[in-house]
Design a protein around this ligand. Structure first.
Ligand SMILES: *Cc1c(COP(=O)(O)O)cnc(C)c1O
Length: 405
């Protein structure tokens, strides 16, 4: 196994350590780290058991501390975030966010989260975290270096998510992490949209970078998992918190995630290309008010996306100039190639209505008509365009109806 971190090369070789692929003697080995299922690890003697190092990664101790299958996935993910010292795995993306927040937040603290944050992140911050005595304050996702004005002596975490969930504002991560670092405030980025492929969060100054493995790394809509990669000063706290919270994933699911990982760069390229084609087509349609996609100049933060990202994934939003949430069925129900369902990042395309204005804590966000979110999969984009063309024809009947207030 070479040590190239070029995405296509790293994705095919990551985690294939000789000791994890039955190649200890260097006489040959298997390509994929096998699925290890384990709870109990048996020791030959008590002396061996006493000598087992409970504090270390990469040593069999007890199932919850992992096996070569999970270690290989952790190593692969760490390689996606240059500058990261290690990665922890969680049974869902939400669990990963929670694990990262709990590694730094204490009672009496104040944390900052973007107003465009993933809904369950906000729910945790205003739910369990509040109960633990932590105050969460929403901020304008486009605030940039101005975030420093919101820092308080007890601010213990700056949450970042770029682009924002549903509304896709791109944040100035380098400016915000610089401001946070100057004030000794840790930063945590939700990097799920870019899958740590099109954006490198640790290199941009983040202390911890989370991604929903459920989405692009999994890629096949058949597993739930989350990860957090962290710099050395934060990894130790992250790991001990994850262990205390009892977080772990199974060998079977780690193997599925690794299988997805092998084709991540290839799939991301296709997701990007098809989504660009479809978003461009939608942008030119008379019933479309706005396309919420960072690669388009009218997306808030587009210039930052151009400066900091190496591409765009397949998830974007559209706001129509007709209809409202009540008309979502008219658009979605007869789609042939788009599924109606939550999550995203799989090989199959999805379309759901969204209501970002209902989730906002800060005033000002108001869509013109029905808002939709598309996850563009790996189908032939011509089929997807046919489908959307028919859906928009169905929406034409709403054209003369006054918009809901
Ligand atoms: C889906 C999602 C998550 C959570 O992932 P789950 O595995 O579904 O818990 C976190 N952040 C973002 C931006 C997401 O879209």
């Amino acid at each position: 196994m070479g040590n190239s971190h070029k995405p296509e090369t790293w994705s095919t070789s990551a985690g294939r350590r000789p000791e994890w692929t039955h190649n200890h003697e260097r006489t040959g080995g298997i390509v994929n780290p096998p699925v290890w299922r384990a709870s109990t690890i048996l020791y030959p003697t008590i002396a061996d058991m006493d000598a087992a190092n409970t504090k270390q990664d990469d040593t069999l101790f007890y199932g919850r501390k992992g096996t070569p299958t999970t270690w290989a996935l952790r190593e692969a993910l760490t390689g996606l975030e240059p500058g990261a010292a290690g990665t922890m795995l969680y049974p869902s993306g939400v669990a990963a966010i929670v694990g990262a927040i709990l590694s730094v937040a204490r009672p009496g603290d104040h944390i900052l989260l973007p107003d465009s944050a993933y809904d369950p992140t906000t729910a945790f911050s205003t739910g369990v975290l509040k109960r633990l005595g932590v105050e969460a304050e929403p901020y304008d996702p486009l605030i940039g270096a101005g975030i420093a004005a919101l820092f308080r002596p007890n601010t213990s975490l700056l949450l970042l998510e770029s682009p924002g969930s549903l509304t896709f504002e791109v944040q100035d991560i380098p400016a915000m992490t610089a401001a946070a670092r100057a004030a000794s405030i840790p930063t945590l980025l939700d990097n799920s949209w870019a899958a740590s492929h099109f954006f490198k969060g640790i290199a941009a100054g983040c202390d911890m970078v989370m991604q929903a493995i459920t989405k692009y790394v999994g890629g096949h809509s058949d597993l739930m998992m989350g990860s957090v990669s962290a710099t050395a000063p934060f990894f130790a706290r992250l790991r001990s918190t994850a262990w205390q919270l009892g977080q772990c994933v199974s060998g079977d699911e780690a193997a599925l995630a690794l299988r997805g990982f092998r084709t991540l760069p290839l799939r991301m390229a296709r997701h990007q290309q098809s989504a660009m084609e479809i978003a461009s087509w939608l942008k030119a349609h008379p019933l479309v008010d706005r396309v919420l996609h960072p690669a388009f100049p009218d997306c808030p933060g587009h210039e930052i996306w151009k400066r900091d990202f190496s591409g765009a994934s397949g998830l974007f939003g559209v706001v129509l100039n007709v209809g409202s949430r009540a008309d979502a069925g008219l658009f979605c129900d007869d789609l042939q190639h788009f599924g109606i369902g939550f999550s995203w990042g799989g090989y199959e395309s999805l379309c759901i209505p969204t209501s970002p204005e209902k989730l906002r804590k800060l005033p000002g966000y108001k869509p013109a008509g029905l808002s939709l979110r598309f996850s563009i999969g790996l189908e032939d984009p011509a089929d997807l365009l046919d489908d959307l063309s028919s859906a928009l024809k169905r929406m034409e009947q709403l054209h003369d109806r006054p918009l809901d207030e």
